[in-house]
Design a protein around this ligand. Sequence first.
Ligand SMILES: [Zn+2]
Length: 222
Amino acid sequence: MLKKSWLIGLVLFCVFSQSLAAKTVDSQRVETFDTACNTYLYIHEDGEEAVIIDPGAKSPELEKYVERHGLKIAGILNTHAHGDHISANAHYAKIYQAKVYGHPGDERGYINKYAAHRPTNWLSTTDENLMLGNIAIKVLHVPGHSQGSVGFLIGGKLFSGDTLFHESIGRTWGENQDELTLQELNSIRTKLFTLPDETQVFPGHGSSTTIQYEKQNNPFLN
Ligand SMILES: [Zn+2]
């Protein structure tokens, strides 16, 4: 009799501890892969769906990760159309049967040797809310570094492309460089620095940061 109740207790303990463990690992994640830029995998809290942000080059590590976790790629997102952020669009669109999203302001970035990486779906010219599977994405247009630069806000995490870096900002080019830099700073102040302080920032290059840290420490914005 005693033995039987022990056994029931053990079974119940196993069931409860397993469900607890499942809950703790079941939160949204960001994985970073070093390609020509930072290529990110944002994984929804369901642990099943993910989006690829800025596939700058093929990454065997990313592919292994997707396979090992059995992830479904709900879409491929481009923060802007510079070669070091888009050069594996076609590869991942093909192997994951996924759509590619980019901003029409950068349409001229997808020509010549980058023509194969052209988005299958253009983002709106204005800020929008995008749903890819179960993943809710707020798209913020932040022109400056390029005219089609966007930030993707997903689950309180900002993927800032080459607009906002840890203690830096993206460079601008050309005759109207000063004007473009002012445009970029204005984009950061109005669209990014208005996000909650605790927002984690994952830039196109370099280490991650937060909105609060950049507000206080970024030399280009102070
Ligand atoms: Zn760039």
